[in-house]
Design a protein around this ligand. Sequence first.
Ligand code: ARG
Length: 576
Amino acid sequence: MNIQALLSAKVSQAMVLAGAPADCEPQVRPSARVQFGDYQANGIMAVAKKLGQAPRQLAETVLQHLDLAGIASKMEIAGPGFINIFLDRQWLAENAKTALRQPRLGIAHVEPQTIVIDYSAPNVAKEMHVGHVRSTIIGDAAVRTLEFLGHHVIRANHVGDWGTQFGMLIAYLEKQQNENHAEMALADLEAFYREAKRTYDEDPAFAERARRYVVKLQSGDEYCRQMWKKLVDITMSQNQKVYDRLNVTLSRKDVMGESLYNDMLPGIVSDLKAKGLAVESEGATVVFLDEFQNKEGEPMGVIIQKKDGGYLYTTTDIACAKYRYETLHADRVLYYIDSRQHQHLLQAWTIVRKAGYVPDNVPLEHHAFGMMLGKDGRPFKTRSGGTIKLSDLLDEAYQRAYTLVREKNPEMSEDEVKQLAEVVGIGAVKYADLSKSRTTDYIFDWDNMLAFEGNTAPYLLYAYTRVLSVFRKAGIDAETLKGELVITEDREALLATRLLQFEEVITQVARDGTPHVMCAYLYDLAGLFSGFYEHCPILNAEEESTRFSRLQLAALTAKTLQQGLDTLGIKTVERM
Ligand code: ARG
């Protein structure tokens, strides 16, 4: 049930009958305060202005035409011309009952689109760094949300698996293999890369070989190709462990690395030249864009092919957008990449649009996010200034969660504590990232993310187990609840309304690609459940009918929390 959509349709109908143009915006939103009802329509003032009418008078006319029989118990005009809508409790009760009994909480499948989501995108022979972590976690929540609604989602892991550094990496892998160190060296990718670079800088013969290997690799030499593949395989199998542990849905088949677009690049450059978009400039091939200015205030030149014939990151992103539209038939493409790459993407896409590779009605969206900062407000690093290995970070999350869970449950078996600690620890790291509005930098703080109060994973997981414990105590199966659902108390009405807003929240997350909206919703929902639980006795209710009615609200709360956390990729536990 999408209440917002339903009310919007009704209000806009009434507005048209009252003389508003057909495309008027009713602007129906959940009310900010209880005294304003459950929803308010804010669109009347703007339309009245256009029509040259007094807003309150137009509101009167709209109200005369607004038929919410059976849905609203009261409607009133407020302020300069808002309409406040109070939902009917019986209608709420019926819809809550239906949602509980239907699969997927009764949420309708949407008209499916093909949506490509570009996320994670680590680099070969490098450890995943914190920037990739944010992309991986937030991108995967978007994937899950869009899939839940019925879209055809294509996960595109744009792995950095190409570039001149591969000559050096192949030469170094060869050296290590000759010395029988290969397996060991690749266990620590960060060190492997560093040592390869050091050898390259210090040993001219090695550097020479490295340069030869780049050329050979690019011309398809079998030996170099195999060595390259080995580097990719080892990196991705290490990353896969992290994905699995993070409960992220990426697998090997989702890798669409930079190398995938190699064969397209020469054609793109010549096409851009033929279209008059690209020109030769000082030996390189460049697209000058009026939309961007360089330091001198002149159109910015974007190099798409270097003097030595090499292609650039931008050239690959041009090809990649084209491929996603032409070959994958994307209706929409979402890129989860940190905000420092914003200009890069805009430049690539400006060229893509000018060349007509992707039509304007197929959105290319950059869902940018800020950096992960340490508690001191500086980029998140180890004490010695190195990048933090993701696997170490997750180990620490587990350790800290273990201590926490053990403290709370001294009696619990060792196995159970371990399982719980993994879910809570990983959930905490993920949720801390997901719950922040993505565009800003965010401060990585263990104490905050593992707190049992506030908008955190432990709080929500605990709230979920509390709802389940009601059923455990009563010895009742939440799946087979019977009886009527009747809403009499304010707290019941508030909880039911919020529960029925799940669909509009998930729709918003899908539209805007913003999982933090789901987090805020679940946090609020858990709070409303607490209020309800304290003020409306469930198992001690006087009437049996009240008990079953409230149990149904509890069951719907549990399902909604579980489903919501699932769209975020957060696992739940039965007790805690
Ligand atoms: N591998 C890149 C990096 O580490 C991110 C790639 C993002 N995706 C893209 N289509 N450019 O910065």
